[in-house]
Ligand binder design. Structure first.
Ligand code: P6P
Length: 319
């Protein structure tokens, strides 16, 4: 089934609004344009080149970060979104339709430092309600929908709306220029023997992660770390596992590295819809109230049984 048909069925059945359908189609069109751009990396332009600027959080911007955001913005301008909240911008961007009912938050190009070495990158998005007041991000649990695109060997999409029981996955048919549903609804296996964490920071981990890591080493788990959140997340949705980017003792890592509004909240929304768990340690990500657009949060998510062990360790050992 094509993404357009899937969204029209959901809209006709009252599962999503016409505004949500329109915004999703606009994001999909932007993802197709970003795919075409990436396929030409190193031919027409060096998309991994630094622009010399930094985003609102001090991360160096790559040419692809800027180009991807511009494509998303140009497609959303024709949709029922009133504001865009972007990792690349310090404040919300007002869109032409100021009476539209939606706010969209995006990480336009998660993992962009990987583009120079042809490793999967992606676009993460969150659809939130807008009440006409200041465009503030809502709690993760109040999102209307969320998902992410990956740009790798294939361009893929995983997507869920508030009324869905489970997320759905799609793959881009690049010859025909549309997304095709991958069929079965997505469910994360409750148990796993695979985890993702950057072990280079082991000396800085706090007690719960240190103790958990000792246990998984003893149980001979396998480890995968791509260094691209969307790539690790896509693998976990497809074959289970857990992902950990915890807070640690390094300066500036008191709340971890990843952002709540446009990285952790969309991922956590999908994870809970898929039967997994997503926490900052001891609290559900979706229950956190954002205080600031670019605030960071520790993010641990994946297979429910393994996550329950991690949550218990945080409740037992967190100082
Ligand atoms: P580290 C990419 O820059 C990113 O934001 C996520 O996509 C990824 O999971 C993480 O940072 C990698 O962080 O510290 O391993 O480089």
């Amino acid at each position: 089934m094509h993404l357009q048909s899937y969204l029209k069925e959901r809209c006709d059945s009252g599962g999503i609004s016409a505004a949500e359908m329109g915004v999703m189609l606009a994001l999909a069109a932007a993802a197709i344009a970003i795919t075409a751009l990436i396929r030409r990396d190193g031919i027409d332009a060096d998309l991994g080149a630094e622009t010399g600027d930094a985003n609102s959080d001090g991360d160096t911007q790559k040419a692809l970060d800027v180009r991807a955001e511009a494509l998303i913005l140009s497609h959303l301008k024709e949709s029922d979104a009133a504001y865009l909240l972007s990792e690349e911008q310090p404040t919300p961007i007002a869109l032409p339709r100021q009476t539209a009912p939606l706010i969209v938050a995006v990480d336009p190009l998660d993992g962009s430092s990987n583009i120079a070495v042809n490793v999967t990158v992606g676009t993460i998005f969150s659809l939130m309600p807008w009440d006409g007041n200041l465009p503030r991000p809502c709690r993760g649990r109040d999102q209307l929908g969320a998902g992410f695109f990956t740009y790798g060997a294939q361009t893929t999409l995983i997507l869920a709306f508030a009324s869905d029981a489970r997320p759905q996955c799609f793959v881009l048919d690049e010859d025909k220029g549309h997304f095709i549903a991958l069929g079965a609804e997505v469910e994360i296996a409750a148990t796993t023997k695979e985890y993702a964490i950057n072990a280079a920071y082991a000396q800085h981990w706090h007690a719960p992660i240190q103790q958990w890591k000792t246990q998984v080493l003893a149980d001979a788990y396998s480890m995968r770390w791509v260094g691209s959140l969307v790539a690790d997340a896509w693998r976990i949705f497809r074959r289970g596992g857990v992902f950990l980017y915890p807070a640690d003792a390094r300066a500036g890592m008191e709340a971890g590295r990843l952002r709540l509004v446009y990285e952790a909240n969309p991922i956590a929304f999908l994870v809970e819809k898929a039967g997994g768990l997503a926490v900052n340690g001891g609290e559900n990500i979706l229950d956190l109230t954002p205080q600031e657009l670019h605030e960071r949060t520790p993010l641990l998510f994946g297979s429910a049984d393994e996550m329950k062990i991690l949550i218990a360790l945080h409740k037992e050992l967190d100082a």
